[in-house]
Design a binder for this molecule. Structure first.
Ligand code: TXA
Ligand code: MG
Length: 349
């Protein structure tokens, strides 16, 4: 298949190709598009045949449900049996934005979108191009991250081209994603909201509107029997081909681990380190995650760096762990997943 590449130029206000891209969606084809979190692989959410193409192009397991993207609140109404009170509160404060709300689904939503669950995950993205695409298509757009299943999520148009060129009808290529990690998935069907995947809207931000916010205990558990409520969280995800380990502890502990790894294996591996740690290490084979006080920068760079590791055939990655506060929680969730749970902690030695 020849993939049409639609380019967004800087400061462009109108997109002459938008109608064509929207038509592809309406006709049941796949179009990848930028959002503020990561690039999404979009299809008409109400068309089961179009949805099946998403699973095929990504090589995605069919038990992993999709997020439906909307451009306005009336699109939400048709997808759910009711908009829970907890959801209304969150929409008012955080939409459009990196927050996905899990709500009771209506019969209009095809089974393949929700992987048979009785809930549907919905988000209104805060990206002008994503919003105009949904608007122009006139249908809600189901979109997982636009990577081949198991690879790091795409934060640049070029990443989507690497993974999906020739497999889908179109790719809208814009600047790099603002957040670089996916949206927060929040279950609002119960009495207390529960985070099923940490993301761009942090727990601390949610506590500004709710008195209590739970986190799915399976997210932090090492017990494989604890099954996460968000099916996607059970897969090894965001994974580079290299063997990755995350280190957690004091700066001196991380320095010691990094130096040991660098001297033993030089040339084959890399250390991903904050400015503060990088200063204590030799330049070579140390890649920068930005200031330790700013997990936003690390989150924004992580997936791109992991993809770079694949491109350069890196054999091992030692990544500096961050505090699990604010966006640090989402960053650490992605790092742990990319590392398949391999973490070395200071106190355990
Ligand atoms: O930022 C994002 O959320 C990006 C952009 C494109 O919007 N999308 C994204 O989609 O990350 P995906 O498919 O890579 O991740 C969707 C996550 C999966 O972990 C999936 O299991 C979960 O949302 N999910 C979807 N529907 C659900 C539901 N009804 N209940 C629980 N989890 C659900
Ligand atoms: Mg994904």
């Amino acid at each position: 298949m020849k993939t049409i590449l639609f380019q967004i130029e800087e400061n462009q206000q109108e997109y002459k190709w938008m109608k064509e891209a929207a038509k592809l969606i309406r006709n049941g084809s796949l179009v990848a598009f930028p959002t503020e979190t990561v690039y999404g692989l979009g299809a008409n959410a109400l068309d089961p045949v179009a949805i099946s193409k998403i699973y095929q192009a990504k090589g995605r397991p069919s038990d992993n449900p999709l997020i439906v993207h909307v451009a306005n609140l009336s699109m939400v109404e048709e997808l759910v049996t009711e908009v829970p009170f907890l959801a209304r509160k969150a929409m008012k404060r955080f939409w459009p934005g990196p927050l996905t709300l899990v709500m009771p689904r209506s019969t209009k939503v095809p089974d393949c979108v929700t992987a048979g669950l009785d809930t549907v995950a919905i988000r209104m993205p805060a990206h002008p191009v994503a919003l105009s695409l949904i608007d122009a298509a006139g249908v809600p757009i189901a979109a997982p991250s636009a990577n081949r299943s198991g690879r790091p999520s795409p934060t640049r148009g070029q990443h989507v081209v690497e993974d999906l060129d020739g497999l889908i009808a179109g790719i809208i290529i814009g600047p790099e994603s603002q957040f670089g990690v996916e949206s927060t998935v929040l279950d609002v069907t119960g009495q207390v909201p529960e985070i099923l995947r940490p993301g761009g809207v942090t727990r601390e931000m949610l506590l500004e509107i709710y008195s209590e916010v739970r986190v799915d205990p399976a997210l932090e558990s090492v017990d494989a029997k604890q099954i996460p409520k968000s099916p996607g969280q059970k897969y090894r995800h965001y994974a580079p081909r290299a063997k990755m380990t995350v280190m957690q502890g004091s700066l001196s502990f991380k320095k010691e681990c990094a130096l040991a790894a660098l001297t033993e294996n030089s040339g084959k591996g890399v250390v991903l380190a904050s400015d503060e740690l990088a200063k204590l290490l030799p330049d070579q084979d140390v890649w920068n995650l930005g200031s330790y006080d700013c997990p936003e920068i690390a989150a924004n760079r992580l997936f791109d760096l992991l993809r770079m590791c694949d491109a350069r055939n890196i054999q091992w990655i030692l990544a500096e762990g961050y505090e699990e506060e604010g966006l640090g929680a989402a960053l650490m969730n992605r790092m742990r997943k990319a590392a398949g749970g391999q973490v070395i902690k200071e106190e355990e030695r």
